[in-house]
Design a protein around this ligand. Structure first.
Ligand SMILES: Cc1ncc(COP(=O)(O)O)c(C=O)c1O
Length: 456
């Protein structure tokens, strides 16, 4: 027997109940101040607790939501928890998280002006604001893509396209030059593009300089289509000497891409702004709002100095798309390796429009100050030492005498006891650990307690 094919889409009493349930849950979760850290469960345990959730006739919204709330969500680490200090955390503002629901509810298509002009207008205002913060010309523009990996790839594809159109293919393979401490997504982009990466050692400080890059450009000449400068390395939050790398553009022909997925947000604070000198000469750059710009997953702002170069590299052509591609209006799909897109810049837009830029500057400044304060505390403590002085909000340190196993056991215990999520990392073959601080709710006392736990 078939059922009414429109029953999932019509508005009925059941639908109202379902929507209320989901909104109630969302309201509780967004406003909760005591969401635990939670932790992953083995698949066998999830199978035991949740069982088989997909069936021919469904389990009903109430049960499905209960499974999510009581089994699945607690098996996901709370990435916006103030003691989530691993990798690069996320810490969306309440406004941004709440508005994410609005974006879904509004069924906005963010790919073209024709379909989503209002959303595109708002996203472009945010992109223009970012461009002006970074010193790019008012003609700069781009698009919000899924994440930094896709942002770096899309920028580098545009860079190669530009080089190819200017100078044709090189005799050998195309080359990207970047720091040995650049993010793994640069190597990933190179694999996808089937080009080579030449890495340059940034030396002890971790700061790549123009002097270190010059020999690579001199050696590989016209094969180099892009140099990637990192504005806030993932492991250390170190900013390359972008100005001296950009100065090489006067001697060599290359596209300067700045990967600021995590760190470029630091430029909003007067405390860190001078570190980013030179970014205004970038041909393209990225910064991820889902990192230090307090937006929910997933959003990367990709900006081109000359957006036309992004458009030429990425516009998809097809008969059914002629209406869009022959139009003169701004269509975000044209600026990266994607077509259909969620208007993922809107949660950030709503929060920024609501609170204003000054609130963002204050929140970023707070992370910088807290990182400095805890770094000083680590410096003072016997048995601890900083691997490098922090430049932004990542603090990397060693507990003297600890082996890799000691860090692993300690980290697992912290999570098991629901005290913090702090994972081991390493540098130059030595294990260490790090605080990646960007949640304004993280306190100095939180961090001190974690240090104390290494002395238990
Ligand atoms: C400097 C840098 N670039 C790129 C990325 C990749 O970004 P995503 O994880 O959004 O793909 C990261 C992620 O941490 C990063 O720190």
């Amino acid at each position: 027997m078939t059922t009414d094919p429109a029953r999932m889409h019509s508005v009925t009493g059941d639908t109202t109940e379902l929507v209320d349930l989901v909104l109630d849950y969302s309201r509780r979760r967004i406003l909760a101040t005591d969401t635990p850290l939670d932790k992953p469960l083995p698949e066998s345990e999830l199978r035991r607790l949740a069982g088989r959730t997909v069936s021919e006739n469904g389990m009903g919204a109430e049960r499905a939501l209960a499974v999510f709330e009581h089994v699945l969500a607690p098996a996901c680490i709370t990435t916006d928890h103030p003691r989530y200090l691993s990798f690069i955390p996320t810490a969306p503002t309440k406004a941004a998280t709440a508005f994410d629901l609005v974006v879904s509810a509004s069924a906005v298509y963010g790919g073209s002006w024709l379909e989503g002009s209002g959303a595109v207008y708002a996203e472009n205002q945010v992109l223009a604001w970012l461009a002006s913060e970074f010193g790019l010309p008012a003609t700069a523009g781009g698009v919000f893509v899924q994440g930094g990996t896709l942002g770096n790839l899309s920028a580098l594809v545009a860079a190669r396209d530009h080089a190819r159109s200017e100078r044709g293919n090189p005799a050998g393979r195309w080359i990207i030059v970047c720091s040995a401490e650049a993010h793994s997504s640069v190597a990933s982009a190179a694999r996808v593009m089937d080009v080579d990466v030449v890495t340059v050692s940034p030396g002890e400080s971790g700061v790549l300089s123009g002097d270190a890059v010059r020999p690579a450009l001199a050696e590989h000449g016209g094969a180099v289509f892009a140099v990637v400068a990192t504005a806030g390395s993932t492991n250390f939050g170190i900013v390359d000497d972008i100005a001296s790398i950009a100065a090489l553009k006067d001697e060599f022909d290359f596209w300067l891409h700045v990967d600021g997925a995590y760190g470029l947000a630091g430029m909003l604070s007067p405390l860190a702004r001078p570190r980013f000198a030179g970014v205004e000469r970038a041909d393209s750059l990225i910064v991820d709002p889902h990192k230090w710009l307090f937006a929910p997953f997933d959003a990367c702002a990709l900006l081109y100095r000359d957006p036309e170069q992004g458009r030429r590299a990425h516009t998809q052509h097809a008969e059914y798309l002629d209406t869009l591609t022959e139009a003169t209006e701004w269509s975000p799909s044209d600026y990266a390796a994607h077509l259909t897109r969620r208007a993922r810049g809107l949660p950030f837009w709503f929060s920024l429009a609501s609170h204003g830029a000054a609130a963002y500057r204050d929140a970023v400044t707070a992370s910088l100050l807290l990182a400095r304060r805890i770094a000083d505390e680590i410096d003072r403590r016997d048995g601890f030492h900083l691997v490098r002085q922090p430049q932004l909000s990542v603090v990397v340190f060693e507990r003297e005498g600890w082996t890799k196993e000691d860090y692993a056991l300690w980290s697992a215990r912290l999570l098991d006891e629901q005290r913090a999520f702090v994972t081991p990392s390493s540098h130059a073959g030595r294990t260490n650990t790090r605080f990646a601080i960007l949640n304004p709710l993280t306190t100095f006392e939180d961090l001190v307690e974690i240090l104390d736990s290494m002395e238990d």
